[in-house]
Ligand binder design. Sequence first.
Ligand SMILES: [Zn+2]
Length: 381
Amino acid sequence: MSVSFYKRKITVARVYGIPVRIDYRWFVVFALSVWLVANNLHRAPIQLPGILMPPLDAVTAWIIGVITTGALFLSVFGHELSHALMARAEGIEIEEIVLHPFGGLARLRTQPENPQAEFRIAVAGPAASFLFAVLAFLATKVASLGGYHLTVLVFFLVAAGNLLLAIFNLFPGYPLDGGRVLRALLWKRSGNIAEATRMAGICGILVAAVLILFGVYMIVAPNFRAYFMGLWSILVGLFLMDAAFAVVRHGRSLTSATVSDAMTPPFSLEPDLLISHFIDSILPLHPQTSFPVAREQRLQGILSLQDLKEVPRERWRDKRARDVMRPVAAEMFVQPSVTLVSAQELMRHNGLGSVAVVDDKGLLVGFLQNGTIRRASKRSS
Ligand SMILES: [Zn+2]
C-alpha cells in the first residue's frame, strides 16, 4: 500500500522550484469538507467567541464552506512548505510536496545527516501551523471590530483548523512530526538512528491504535454518535498504522543488516600507480569518489578524489597513489560482521564517505561507499 498509495497524482504548481502534486482522492476529501462545513453552518445557530449568529442561508453556507476549506488546504500546504524550506536550508533536496486525503507530505531526497537537522525540519511544520493559527485569530479580532461576522467566522475556523493541525502533528508517533522529534531525541542520545527509528515507529503504532479506538468510541457511545468524525479518526488511524508498521519493519532490517550484506567487491589501486594513469584509464571506468589502495590484499590507505584536487595537474605524471592517499587509520576500515548502521556512522565522520572492509586475517575483502547504499525518505504531515 505505501508505495502505490502516492502514485495517482497531478502536478498543480511549482513553488520555489518544488513540484506541488495533488492525489486524485484529495478532490473527494475537499468536496466532503465543503459539504460538512456548509451543512453545519446551514442547520444550526453558530456560536463564536462573543458572537451568536443565526444559521446561514444555503448559498452563503456553501460559499463559506468553499472559502474555509480552500484556506485550510492552503494551510496544510504552508505546513509542508515550511518543512521543505527548512530541509533545503539543511542542504537536502526536495523531491515534491504532495497533498493527499490525510493531509500533506514533503518528500526529501535524502535523510537528515544528524539529529539536530532532523529536529529542526520536523518542528518547522507545526511551528508554521501555530503561526497561521495566531495570525488567523488576530484577524478575527480585527474583523469583529468592524462587525464583519462572516469574516470572523472564516478566520475563526481557519485558526481552529491550524491549531488542530499543529497539535495533532506533535503527537509523539512516527511518521508524525512529533514522532520525528522523538526520533531525533533518541538518535541524539544513543547515536543509533535505526534503533531510534524503530522506537519512534512503535510509538506511531500506539498513537494510531488510540486514534482507531477513539474513532470507534465516537461512533458507538450513546450520547456522542459523531459518525463522521469517528469514521475519519479510524481512517487516519489505519493510514498511520500502515506507515508506522513499514517504518518499524525497515528499522528492524537496518538494525540487523551487516556490512557484508551491502559491500561491493574490493576493487583496489596499487600503491605505485601513477596518478596520470589513474585519471586517464581507471577513473573513467570506475566513477567513484574514493578507492582503497592495497598491495597483495593488504590495505595501505584510501585515495579520495577530494585529496587529489589539491595536486596540481602538472604533478600528475610524477605522483603515485601512495603519495596522495590517506595512510590507513582505524576510522577507514571495518570488519564484514559489523552492522551497516555503525559502518554508516563511521563513513559520515571519517571525511571520506566510504570505508574499506577488512577480514580478521587483515585482508581487504570489500568496500562500502555512501552513494551505493540506497536510502529513501518519506515525511507525513
Ligand atoms: Zn508536518
